[in-house]
Design a binder for this molecule. Structure first.
Ligand SMILES: Nc1nc2c(ncn2[C@@H]2O[C@H](COP(=O)(O)OP(=O)(O)OP(=O)(O)O)[C@@H](O)[C@H]2O)c(=O)[nH]1
Ligand SMILES: [Mg+2]
Ligand SMILES: [Zn+2]
Length: 374
């Protein structure tokens, strides 16, 4: 009895013979007349040509945040949800980032982003290997990059700061180093004096005691900024301190796992009191560098670049060559050891063409070695 049932089932499944079936629904046809009849009177493409994307325009909105097909923009002092015209395509770079100036037009009731203005400044990193784009822009048109580092919890890591300083230089953005959580330490990390010595603006803050919050607010008045740094350093807390009305979600550091947990999950532009606009970003573990080759790294370390003219070889990498003026200066203590170590790490990662993005994949760009991370 059992056997019979199995046989029956099998037969049912096999009863359709696709090889012999010629007239099924998906059959391909050369019947052109039939294809023409299936076309609408005015094709979508023709309808679009009646309303082409503008080439020259004056932007009328700023991107707050966005997803694939929609964006939230600030327009006439209000937030508005827009769809993104499907003809705006991503090419090498991110199509929209918080801070982008855009043209929004109305299609009946529907607000549509129809143009993105060229970026005045940008902060970017290499996109991950499988992305269609190569350059990921995480903030556009900002004046100031606020590199946030905690004095402790999580521990101060100069490597990421150095990478952010390079990204700021490339993107035409002024960097500020914000040393947060100063209430938790008696003494600032030693490297802070070093950055001050390099002419980097440093603001010490505490969201717990309010130290430095006014200084940061005054510095940012009338400006557009972006907060970046490791997860848990207090970026969202700083925004809350600057403008308590925001009431952003933050998280106890003790609930972060050792791999880090991101309380903020997407970049977003906030409009604060005093004409301040600041983009909050999710914490990152590492920052890849876009459009920097190994040979160019020294240029971004002014104290190293200053000595390199005296190296024996013009293409000296300052890593192993004889009669290297940079290594001699490090030995004499004229170039700070941590900065030189940072230079070596960045140089090595760019030269090998490999590195890791936060929790992501090993990245490799065939041909050029323009990326990457610690
Ligand atoms: N003691 C002290 N704790 C702070 C300070 N600033 C932030 N914190 C705490 O640090 C933890 C993390 O703060 P968040 O503001 O969520 O950090 P974040 O940089 O936005 O983190 P992500 O969104 O994950 O990138 C929270 O528990 C805050 O209360 C500070 O100045 N002093
Ligand atoms: Mg946050
Ligand atoms: Zn050298």
């Amino acid at each position: 009895m059992k056997k019979k049932q199995t046989r029956k089932k099998r037969k049912l499944v096999r009863s359709r013979n696709w090889a012999e079936e010629r007239d099924h629904d998906f059959a391909f046809t050369h019947d052109r007349a039939r294809h023409r009849r299936a076309q609408p009177a005015v094709s979508d493409a023709a309808a679009r040509d009646l309303n082409p994307l503008p080439r020259d325009f004056t932007p009328n909105a700023v991107v707050i945040n966005h997803a694939k097909r929609w964006a939230v923009v600030e327009m006439n002092g209000e937030e508005r949800l827009c769809i993104i015209d499907e003809r705006l395509r991503e090419e090498e770079s991110t199509l929209l980032a918080p801070g982008d100036a855009v043209l929004v037009e109305f299609d009946g009731e529907e607000a549509v982003v129809r143009g993105v203005a060229p970026r005045r400044t940008r902060l970017c990193r290499p996109a991950h290997e499988h992305a269609r784009i190569r350059e990921q822009v995480f903030a556009a048109n900002v004046d100031v990059l606020i590199v946030v580092a905690a004095a402790v919890e999580p521990p101060f890591k100069p490597g990421l700061v150095d990478r952010f300083l390079i990204a700021a230089e490339i993107g035409g953005v002024a960097p500020i180093l914000c040393l947060n959580k100063v209430d938790l330490v008696e003494q600032d990390p030693a490297e802070i004096a070093l950055y001050r010595g390099l002419g980097i603006e440093v603001i010490r803050t505490s969201c717990a005691t309010g130290v430095g919050i006014d200084a940061l607010r005054n510095r940012m008045r009338g400006k557009v900024g972006v907060l970046s740094g490791h997860s848990g350093v207090g970026k969202s807390s700083l925004l809350n301190a600057l403008d308590p009305a925001l009431d952003l979600e933050t998280q106890e550091i003790s609930t972060y796992s050792s791999r880090g947990r991101h309380t903020t999950t997407a970049a977003r532009l906030f409009h604060l009191e005093g004409g301040i606009r600041i983009i909050d970003t999710p914490g990152i573990r590492a920052l890849g560098l876009w459009k920097v080759s190994a040979g160019e790294v020294a240029y971004f370390f002014p104290e190293i670049a200053a000595f390199s003219a005296d190296c024996r070889y013009r293409n000296c990498t300052h890593t192993h060559e004889p009669r290297c003026a940079v290594r001699a200066a490090v030995a004499r203590g004229e170039i700070p050891e941590p900065r030189y170590a940072s230079y070596r790490r960045i140089h090595a990662s760019l030269e090998s063409g490999t590195g890791t993005t936060p929790g992501r994949l090993i990245m490799k760009y065939a041909g050029d070695k323009k990326s990457l991370t610690d």
